[in-house]
Ligand binder design. Sequence first.
Ligand code: ZN
Length: 492
Amino acid sequence: MTQAPAWLVSMVLHVAVLLTLALIVTPPPENAGIKTIESPPTESVDDVEEIQPVDLTPDDQETQEEVEEVTEAPQTVEVETVEVVSDASDLAAAQTSIDVSDMSADISVSTDLLKTVGKSGGSKAGFGARANAATQKEMIKAGGGNPDEIIRAVESSCDWFKRHQMPDGGWSFDFRQCPGCMGKCKNPETESHLKDRAAATALALLPMLGQGYTHTAQGTKGKYRQQVDKGLAFLCQAVIAGRGKAYSGGGNMYSQGLVGIVLSEAYGMTKDQRLAVPAQAAIDFIMAAQDPVGGGWRYQPRQAGDTSAVCWQVMALKSGNMSGLRVDPMVVKKVSTFLDFVQSDGGAAYGYSSPGDRPALNAAGLLCRMFTEWKKTNEALLRGAKKLAKGGPSKDMYTSYYATQVLYHVKQQLPKEWDDWQRKMSQMLIKAQFTDGHQAGSYYEGFNTGHAPHVGGRIYVTSMATMTLEVYFKHGLPLYQDTGKETDDFVE
Ligand SMILES: [Zn+2]
């Protein structure tokens, strides 16, 4: 190599880089039947009409039996997808409606579409509860937490996210080029597989929405109007361009679930009709991407599921349902097929893609059970929840985020377990948050355990930690308002 002329070295390197790029940009094979359009539609309606949905054939290695199910089972889901986003005039309307930052935009264009929205469970006014500061404090107190400390930590985190927004309105796992940071924060995530901006943007917006900050809120909750506004516009554009598919740049169904939650929550909280089409499109894509055989989700649409990917989609469907978006009850019912398959210990424990027993997946699996079918008094649920509580809050925020939600929801059934948990959890998170200097409000050090930090760096850890602290009030109303009655509005 040292003997080789410089031009030869350069050429070899360029070829290698080009080959690598070719591998990266080659789209992964998608499975049967999902009608997606890879190239973003242009503004011209004529151009949009020329784009044809792509029907992909099932993987060769699938058995004939499976292939038959793949082609038959999801018919109704596909029809719904087409209804919402595939008609050219609808799409034009949707495009008109995505400029969330233009508050004077004509929202009447999407009114027709809205007639198909909101026919399922409908909002139980749940998201609105977050906006009231007094209610928030009461709920933290009722959960045993210290309202001042928790609200201060959450506010500080929102401020850190605000300072790390990119000029285009989105966020990036690699925030070194963010004008507000320029490398002052450690632990950006720079892996090439995480160029997906949608996931980072969703993770930044979730804590803000959880704290009641929206793009339309007035008064103190209007503090981040502009930031949330630009962030939502960024996600809406991604969803419209992908005709429901939110992710790109190495993203996957994890990103889709996160974006589905954000758009559903923002729509549910504000009822801003410009969000209706993108939010429904994101939810429709999730429904269409369900593995038609096993009922789960994985990295790519219609792959056999894993518990982790499943949980993000279930949360998105739950949020969509609460917000009055259309969620097909059959899709939700089918999740049970997947959960039955990966459960162990009578449903108290869960594996990744086969029966197992790991704290992170136990927590995720139990949360899915609660959101889809099980009552809070379910014996296996309470047994599993007790086991989670025994382990105590983990510094793997993935585990703690799910486990905190599970234990919060059963706090009436397991009051001692919840109280021990919430005290340890909140003290851990309040103590570990950066309070000084540029990194104030963020999390990373001490939490680089589990797979999380290697996936999303400081953005991911900060988001998960903040959402865990928000459980006191974010999930307090109305789904699991402690009437002893369970929500069953998923399955009508
Ligand atoms: Zn920074």
